[in-house]
Design a protein around this ligand. Structure first.
Ligand code: PFF
Ligand code: NA
Length: 440
């Protein structure tokens, strides 16, 4: 068998991980999760989750991936023993299902992007008598949804089929910087809008009073969003770390990646909320269709809304693509490592299956409602819990040794990491998982 590929540079690895993390989770899901969760109360629990659990969790996935140099099924089995391959199997399953609908949603963003070329958002809206919800259902379901899902999956398969260096690394080197520049540009533009002040006030005004009352729904929602946005709980970070050729400081890389993901979610909020308020839109609880409905209504009412909309929807597509390739890479790596399939066939074959599984989602919003809340708040939390048990209890010494490679002696900090995982983090995750199941 050919030698396993590695990233060509440290930056390549970081950009790939940032590209995976930054996506629909930051721009499509984050604003409505904040809205549904009650604003600042949600934000506080979410940020605590990212810092206290997301950081140790991403390190745990890195350690397992770099130590074993394998896909999640092989990695968990080698690290924890034969029975762990079933947990790896769950990860591959999550990857397949998650990508199947992620691609459909990305297709909707392509549709809205194209709409900006066809006419102003105000014109589009007018032809639906101002009913943005009707416009959404008409524009995004049926044939165009199938076509754009096809296009998006084809692009994802093409990049993954080209391999780690020629495909994924090259793609993220172009996409991630572009995404950041575009989003910063949008945030600056949003700052100049009339309603910007009201938008910031809504977004940033602290109102922690509801945490104590609503913790039973806040906790699983924040956990689900935290793992979803960081691409944790299904082996993406295991897989990407498995392509690390040399030992480097994983804690630094983890902090960089989390910093970017959180920063970009925050930046997305600085775009979305001012745009809402300038367009006279109350951010409400609209779930998965919120961003489409509210942003079009807003873009229809803002001078320059057409250009702003084009850039906004286009930016989201770039972010979605750099995340989708990481989902497909998990499944592809499994087929290559464990089944000896060659990369082109693996990516193409499983990509086609994922494409077919996504087809029903192109017809009805009910599928998104079915997946959202279950994949993130149940399955990803379950996956993260499993990795924590593996690293914290099954083989903690191996984890400490692996973490210290490329850093040197961490003087007890690595032990602190293990202890945080062993008891407090596992308890919080068990509670979140239980509440996530109950809520669903
Ligand atoms: N992190 C991606 C986002 O925020 O859009 C979504 C995602 C990718 C979730 C990969 C999970 C995953 F394994
Ligand atoms: Na994200």
């Amino acid at each position: 068998m050919a030698q396993r590929e590695t990233w060509s540079t440290r930056t390549g690895f970081i950009l790939a991980a940032v590209g995976s993390a930054v996506g629909l989770g930051n721009i499509w899901r984050f604003p409505f999760a904040v809205g549904d969760g009650g604003g600042a109360a949600f934000l506080i629990v979410y940020l605590a989750f990212i810092a206290l659990i997301g950081f140790p969790a991403i390190l745990a996935e890195f350690v397992v991936g770099r130590k074993t140099g394998r896909n999640p099924v092989g990695a968990l089995m080698e690290y924890g023993g034969e029975a762990w391959k079933y947990v790896g199997g769950v990860f591959v399953f999550i990857g397949i299902v998650l990508l199947s609908y992620y691609s459909v949603i990305a297709g909707w963003f392509i549709r809205y992007f194209l709409a900006g070329f066809q006419g102003s958002y105000a014109d589009h809206l007018a032809s639906y008598n101002g009913e943005a919800i009707e416009m959404f259902f008409d524009m995004t379901f049926g044939m165009s949804s199938v076509v754009l899902h096809t296009v998006f999956m084809a692009a994802t398969i093409g990049i993954v089929a080209l391999g780690i260096r020629q495909g994924i690394e090259l793609a993220v080197k172009l996409m991630v910087p572009a995404l950041i520049v575009l989003l910063v540009g949008l945030a600056v533009w949003a700052f100049t809008l009339d309603g910007a002040g009201a938008g910031y006030a809504y977004y940033l005004s602290p109102d922690a009073g509801t945490i104590a009352e609503n913790w039973a729904t806040l906790l699983p929602a924040a956990a689900g969003q935290a793992f979803f946005t960081l691409s944790l709980g299904m082996g993406v970070m295991i897989t990407y770390a498995s392509y690390l050729g040399e030992d480097r400081n994983l804690t630094k890389d983890a902090a960089t990646i989390i910093g970017f993901d959180t920063g970009i979610a925050f930046l997305a909020g600085l775009v979305v909320f001012p745009v809402f308020f300038s367009g006279g839109i109350e951010p409400g609880e609209g779930g998965p269709i919120t961003i489409f409905v509210s942003m079009t209504e807003a873009f229809a009412n803002i001078p320059g809304g057409r250009v702003l909309g084009l850039v906004f929807f286009g930016t989201v597509v770039i972010g979605a693509l750099s995340s989708a390739i990481s989902l497909l890479e998990v499944v592809t790596a499994y087929l290559i490592d464990e089944k000896g399939v060659d990369r082109w066939k693996a990516a193409g074959g499983i990509g086609l299956l994922i494409y077919v599984i996504g087809l029903p989602t192109t017809y009805d919003i009910i599928f998104i409602e079915l997946y959202d809340g279950f994949i993130d708040a149940v399955l990803l939390v379950f996956g993260a819990l499993m990795v924590m048990i593996l690293v914290g209890w099954v083989a903690p010494k191996v984890a400490v040794a692996e973490l210290e490679k490329g850093i040197g002696d961490l003087d007890g900090l690595a032990q602190a990491w293990i202890w945080a995982i062993r008891v407090p983090i596992i308890i919080v995750l068990v509670i979140s998982l239980y509440l996530g199941i109950v809520d669903y």
